[in-house]
Design a protein around this ligand. Structure first.
Ligand code: COA
Length: 415
C-alpha cells in the first residue's frame, strides 16, 4: 500500500529529541529519512540513559524509527562533498543544531540554494530572532520561556514543568506541519523555502489560553474558574491554577478508593453544566439540582471547593475505573489518572498501534509509542531504529559511489 509521503527524501540532520520526533513522523508517513550522524559517535542520545550496556538507548530507539543511518564527517572536505551530493538528491533538510552550526559547517541557506533550489531547509531553534536567538535550549528551558512553567503547579508552590515534552516533541510536531506545508507550496512555486519552529514559540502556542487569561485578568482583575477565586488573591500575572480546567467547565482531580497507597488512584472530574442534575443524582445530592445556590453554573463558581469535596466523598468509595464506568453511563466527562505501567499494558492502545512492540537486533523487544496520527490511506508500520552507520554503504551506492570510492572515503575518515 502506498504512503502519503512516498518519494519524499529527507536529509535528517537532527539529534536529541525535538528534531528526531519531527523526522520520525515524516518517516511514518512514508518519507525516506536519511539520518546523518557523526562518524564514530552518532546522535548523543544513542548512549544517554542506557539501560543495557553498549546497546542503543531507549531514548534513541524510541525517537528514530523507520530511518536510515549514514555516518559522515561533515567537517572533512570529502565528507562535505558527500553531503553536497545528498543535498542535491533530497527534498528537505531538517536540522536542530545550535544556532549557526550549519553555517559554520559551510552550508548556509545561500549555498544550499545553489546546490538545490527546491530544497526546504527546516530548523528547530530554542528562540526566534531576538535577544536569545544564539542560546542553546533544551526542553525545560522552552517550557519556562514559553509560559508553561509559570502557569503550571499550585498557587503556593514554585513553577512546575510538565512531563509532556511540549518543548521538544511539541516543537517537532510544529516543524513537521511546516515541512509538509512547504512541500505543498513547492508543488506550485517550484521553490524551496526555510521553515523555522522556535521552541519558545511552540510552547507559547500550546499555552495560548494562558495569554487569553492574562488579558482577562488585566481587564477584570479576577478569573472565576481559577482556584484563587473567591478566597485567594490575584496578582498581576496569570497564576498557577492547580488542576482546574479552563473554559466554562470546572474540573478537579479527586481521590478514589485506594488513594492512601496508590499514588494514581485519582480521577479527573468535570462538572459540565448540561449534566449537573445527573451529577447531583449520582453523588446523592439531588437537592443541589434545584437549590439556587448550586443549580446554575455561575452560582456554583464561588462554591467549587465545597462542591468538589462533596463529589470526592463519593469518588473515594469507588476505584477510578468503577467511577469511570458509572459516570460515563450518564455522559459525565471524567478521566482516570493512568500510570505509565497501566498505559503500557492497555490492550486498546496496542490494538490501534499507538503502543507498539518492536524487535531490535541488539536490544531485543521493547515498547514504543507508535504514530498517534492515523491516516486511512497511509497506514504506519513502525520499524526499528537503525544502528549507527547501518546504511552508509547503501546510501552511498544510491548516490552513485562505487565500492572502491566508498572504501577510499572510509579510509580518509570522511564516512
Ligand atoms: N560531523 C562533524 N561535525 C558534526 C556532525 C557531523 N556529522 N554533526 C554535528 N557536528 C558538529 C556541529 O557542526 C557542531 O559544531 P560547531 O559547534 O563547531 O559548529 C557540533 O557538532 C555540536 O552541535 P550542537 O548542535 O552545538 O550540539 P550541542 O550538543 O553542543 O548542543 C543542543 C545541543 C540541543 C543544546 C543544541 O543543538 C541546540 O540548542 N539545538 C537547537 C534547539 C533544540 O533542538 N533543542 C532541543 C534538543 S532536544
Amino acid at each position: 500500500m502506498s504512503k502519503a509521503l512516498d518519494g519524499v527524501r529527507i536529509l535528517d540532520f537532527t539529534h536529541v529529541q525535538s528534531g528526531p520526533t519531527c523526522t520520525q513522523l515524516l518517516a511514518w508517513f512514508g518519507a525516506d529519512v536519511i539520518k546523518v550522524e557523526r562518524a564514530g559517535a552518532g546522535d548523543i542520545t544513542r548512549e544517554q540513559l542506557r539501560d543495557i550496556p553498549d546497546v542503543d538507548s531507549l531514548y534513541f530507539t524510541m525517537l528514530n524509527h523507520n530511518k536510515r543511518s549514514v555516518t559522515i564527517d561533515t567537517k572533512n572536505p570529502e565528507g562535505k562533498q558527500v553531503l553536497e551530493a545528498l543535498i542535491q538528491k533530497c527534498d528537505v533538510l531538517v536540522e536542530n543544531f545550535a544556532p549557526g552550526a550549519l553555517d559554520r559547517m559551510g552550508f548556509t541557506w545561500e549555498r544550499i540554494q545553489e546546490l538545490n533550489p527546491r530544497m526546504i531547509v527546516a530548523s528547530v531553534k530554542g528562540f526566534g530572532p531576538g535577544p536569545y536567538e544564539d542560546c542553546k535550549v533544551y526542553e525545560n528551558v522552552a517550557q519556562c520561556a514559553g509560559g508553561a512553567a509559570s502557569t503550571t503547579g499550585f498557587d503556593d508552590g514554585p513553577p512546575v514543568v510538565s512531563g509532556a515534552q511540549i518543548g521538544d516533541s511539541g516543537t517537532g510536531l510544529h516543524l513537521a506541519l511546516g515541512i509538509v506545508t512547504a512541500l505543498y507550496q513547492r508543488t506550485h512555486t517550484g521553490r524551496g523555502q526555510r521553515v523555522l519552529a522556535a521552541m519558545q514559540d511552540g510552547v507559547l502556542n500550546l499555552c495560548r489560553v494562558k495569554l487569553r487569561d492574562q488579558q482577562r485578568l488585566d481587564r477584570t482583575g479576577v478569573m472565576k474558574e481559577y482556584p484563587q477565586y473567591p478566597n485567594g488573591t490575584f496578582d498581576e500575572a496569570v497564576p498557577r491554577a492547580g488542576n482546574a480546567s479552563g473554559g466554562g467547565q470546572p474540573g478537579w482531580i479527586l481521590k478514589c478508593k485506594g488513594w492512601e497507597t496508590d499514588p494514581n488512584a485519582y480521577i479527573y472530574f468535570i462538572t459540565q453544566a448540561p449534566v449537573w442534575a445527573k451529577i447531583c443524582n449520582v453523588i446523592g445530592k439531588e437537592e443541589w439540582a434545584t437549590d439556587p445556590d448550586y443549580a446554575t453554573a455561575p452560582a456554583r463558581l464561588p462554591r467549587l471547593k465545597e462542591i468538589f469535596a462533596e463529589i470526592e466523598r463519593w469518588t473515594m468509595t469507588k476505584t477510578k475505573f468503577e467511577a469511570m464506568q458509572i459516570l460515563n453511563k450518564y455522559d459525565i466527562p471524567c478521566g482516570p489518572i493512568l500510570s505509565m505501567k497501566e498505559i503500557a499494558a492497555e490492550p486498546s492502545l496496542r490494538k490501534t498501534g499507538t503502543i507498539v512492540e518492536v524487535d531490535h537486533p541488539t536490544r531485543g523487544k521493547y515498547l514504543t509509542v507508535g504514530n498517534p496520527i492515523k491516516l486511512s490511506d497511509s497506514p504506519t508500520e513502525v520499524k526499528r531504529s537503525p544502528l549507527l552507520g547501518e546504511h552508509t554503504d547503501e546510501v552511498m551506492a544510491e548516490l552513485g559511489y562505487s565500492p572502491e570510492q566508498i572504501s577510499a572515503l572510509r579510509t580518509a575518515g570522511a564516512i
